[in-house]
Design a protein around this ligand. Structure first.
Ligand code: NOJ
Length: 767
């Protein structure tokens, strides 16, 4: 008993096709019976109503992670059979203790599903997902998920609340950091890769875990970029632009789905029949587990859908199986059953799906299969750290490099300044709940290590606070002191940095956002550098030495002034455990940067949303000067500062003309689209060759361009390669006004280039 009570004290680690009728009828109709295994059906047969409802309850035992409510009396509830799963605890020993309570002390001994927010790595942290996506390398990303699964399962876990695949085109939204950016084609490939990485080919293996695609659906389109806010979009836009990555995860075999907090068409996702009944369950035939997001059922009361009993019944009727933390299911479903608002079949379906995932994971046979203490050494192994270093470098995007300031020359004198140069606390980025920032390497440390013995002189000064505003800092510091306001005055700090700059050949300014300036509930109206940091840059600029800005950020930022004034800008997102070494690898040139943006960087927040696949207006603005009656701003440009797909290299590439194998293709056929790319610089480098397509005339207005293919290639100096894409009907299809996936005969354009702006094109026809 003592051991078990101790468990509760130590467990605190919880950090935080078709279109169906959207009518009231489907609210009261139950979905089809699922083919549960004989084992699950037999288990269901032995369970009381209360035990079945208990399986639908997902608890977290301590610490307000992502909401203000935390589960209480967890141990007693597990014993009483009132808990189906737990999240926010880890460690083979701790999970074993929790599992023992369920297995040895509850009537039926059904083991718990044990989950965690494993988002961009488990303990070995990789770059934040937005950074990872900039590698444009799904195979590499799959491997990061594989490593995360190995570490998480060695740490007692069997369920990861990832991948987050919400398309996001509003950088004010802090959670843009958690996804793969603005594009559904790339987003779908990454969604699939991550599911494969987590789940492997065999969910029952010891080192694979259940993935959970989230947040279904449309969470990334929150009004004004405010977290949790309303989403309202046409179904055409939904199906063509926002739903594909979730669908890709389903097609890849993901076994669970998490609801989203937002409304869609005025109904919260958790009770949204169109999204769940009609699309997810019927159209896409998803039979796996649906779990709510944190207290999402309860939050439907604030959305104005009724009391807890009403909203809980709505969620269950909407084929939601598990209630995360809110206990609406636990406390009200029996009443709803007695009143006939829900049926025993509804409960059986939900409970059967919870038991099925437990069966698939193999814990019904071996509840302790993820509690193997001897696997500890698999966590944060040197191999994983080395891999994390490589991956981090792959995520960096070189935005500017005037006069080849980069790579830095070894043997020179470098002033490393800025509030993020040596801030271990900020290296991992948001959603690194199991990551230990104490084990992260800072940029300064990376520099000293990589430059050691080369005669390079490195000096350091903090130079500025991330922000001088204590009220802002307090909000950002909810999980720990990420913004430290120095005792010295801003002027003193700046003057120290300026002093170092005067004696250096080059200044490396490591600046940007604190880790939790993005992530959940971290919306920002101003997405530029904080004034404290701009002041430092201005002072450094006056010194007259070349300046390299190394930018830590979880969102696209507005960098107009920086782009005009600073010599080189390397966007390093939040690179994870090995981020500091990776920054040094790239700045000193042992790795040539090859990351490309997966979100457009606006010139000004007033442009938002700015993304590459916009529809044309009837009055398109094509950069003409002084154009009245065109779709443009009077005071800012239309175009992004750095477009989707953009990123430089230390070498240069030249693109030949686009060559098509034929001027037209038949439905069911294909054409080849080729281009020759040459490395015209002096260094070996990698390039992401991108294919975009425009459907020039169709039954609905179609985007001016959509990403439809890419290849990441490596070229030696002087080397040329012919890159070929196959364009088939699937790349030309879209959901029409009847939400049917169609391709329509007529004119198309194929465009190829290094980013979504600088493209060469060729017309073709679909017959
Ligand atoms: C809320 C977040 O929206 C979700 O992404 C996360 O998985 C859960 N909380 C659990 O922490």
């Amino acid at each position: 008993m003592k051991k078990i009570s101790a468990f509760l004290i130590v467990v605190f680690l919880a950090t935080s096709f078709y279109q169906c009728k959207t009518s009231k009828e489907s609210l009261i109709s139950s979905p089809k019976t699922l083919p549960f295994s004989s084992r699950v059906s037999a288990l269901l047969g032995k369970m009381t109503t209360e035990e079945k409802i208990g399986q639908l309850n997902l608890v977290t035992p301590g610490g307000a992670v992502t909401g203000s409510v935390v589960s209480t009396d967890v141990e007693a509830k597990i014993k009483a059979g009132n808990v189906g799963g737990i999240f926010g605890i880890r460690g083979a020993d701790k999970v074993r203790q929790a599992q023992q309570i369920a297995v040895e002390q509850s009537r039926l001994g059904i083991p718990l599903l044990v989950g965690m927010d494993v988002i961009h790595g488990h303990q070995t942290m990789f770059p934040i997902p937005l950074g990872l996506s900039c590698s444009w390398d799904p195979a590499l990303i799959e491997q990061t998920a594989r490593v995360a699964a190995v570490e998480a399962t060695a740490d007692g876990l069997m369920w990861a609340f990832s991948p987050m695949v919400d398309i996001a085109r509003d950088p004010r939204w802090g959670r843009i950091s958690e996804g793969s950016g603005e594009d559904p084609f790339l987003g779908s490939l990454i969604a699939r890769a991550m599911v494969k990485g987590y789940q492997g080919n065999d969910l029952a293996a010891k080192n694979t875990l259940a993935a959970c695609v989230k947040h279904y659906a449309l969470y990334g389109a929150a009004e004004g970029g405010r977290d949790y806010a309303t989403v309202d979009m046409s179904r055409i836009k939904m199906h063509n632009e926002y739903l594909p990555p979730y669908k890709a995860a389903i097609d890849a075999g993901v076994v669970s789905v998490m609801t989203s907090f937002n409304t869609s068409e005025n109904v919260p996702a958790t009770a949204n029949q169109y999204l769940y009944h009609d699309v997810l369950r019927n159209w896409w035939a998803f039979n796996g587990l649906v779990v709510t997001d944190y207290t999402a059922i309860n939050e439907m009361m604030a959305h104005g859908l009724g009391d807890l009993e009403t909203v809980s019944a709505l969620a269950l009727k909407n084929t939601v199986d598990m209630d995360m933390v809110g206990e609406g299911f636990l406390t009200t479903l029996k009443n709803s059953l007695d009143k006939g608002v829900i049926t025993m079949k509804d409960i059986d379906l939900a409970c059967g799906r919870v038991l099925t995932i437990k069966e698939q994971l193999g814990i019904l046979d071996d509840p302790y299969k993820y509690c193997d203490e001897s696997r500890q050494e698999e966590i944060m192994s040197q191999e994983h750290r080395d891999f994390a270093r490589k991956v981090a470098a792959e995520s960096f995007v070189l935005l500017k490099n005037d006069k080849n300031v980069l790579p830095l020359k070894k043997g020179s004198s470098i002033a490393v300044v800025g509030p993020l140069a040596n801030s271990r606390r900020n290296m991992l980025g948001t959603w690194s709940v199991s990551g230990d920032f104490e084990k992260a390497v800072t940029v300064l440390e990376g520099f000293r290590e990589v430059a050691a013995g080369t005669g390079t002189s490195i000096s350091y000064a903090k130079g500025a606070n991330i922000s001088d505003d204590p009220v802002f800092a307090k909000k950002v510091n909810a999980f720990g002191e990420e913004i430290t306001i120095d005792k010295r005055s801003p002027e003193d700090m700046i003057s120290e940095a300026v002093g170092l700059a005067k004696n250096a050949d080059v200044v490396v300014a490591v600046m940007g956002e604190a880790a939790d300036m993005t992530g959940e509930a971290s919306s920002m109206a101003d997405i530029g550098l904080q004034p404290s940091q701009v002041k430092l840059l201005e002072a450094l600029k006056e010194v007259g030495k070349p300046i390299v800005l190394v930018l830590y950020n979880g969102r696209p930022m507005t960098l107009k002034w920086e782009n005009e004034q600073i010599d080189a800008i390397l966007d390093v997102w939040f690179g994870g455990t090995e981020g500091g070494r990776a920054v040094a690898d790239v700045l000193f040139g042992s790795v040539n940067p090859s990351g490309r943006l997966t979100t457009s960087f606006p010139v000004h927040v007033g442009q938002i949303p700015v993304y590459h696949s916009m529809l044309n207006t009837g009055r398109p603005y094509r950069g003409e000067e002084a154009s009245k009656f065109k779709s443009n701003y009077l005071d800012i440009p239309n175009e992004a500062l750095f477009p989707f797909g953009f990123g430089l290299s230390y070498t240069s590439f030249e693109y030949g003309d686009v060559v098509l194998s034929a001027p037209s293709m038949a439905k069911g056929g294909n054409i080849k689209c080729a281009v020759t790319v040459k490395n015209t610089g002096n260094l070996e480098g990698r390039e992401v060759v991108q294919l975009y397509i425009q459907d020039v005339a169709a039954s609905i207005s179609r985007p001016v361009k959509e990403l439809k293919g890419f290849q990441k290639i490596s070229l030696k100096p002087g080397e040329s390669k012919r890159i070929e894409f196959t364009i088939d009907e699937s790349l030309l299809s879209f959901y029409n006004t009847d939400l049917k996936l169609v391709s329509e005969p007529g004119a198309f354009k194929a465009m190829v280039g290094p980013n979504s702006r600088d493209l060469k094109e060729k017309a073709f026809e679909l017959k």
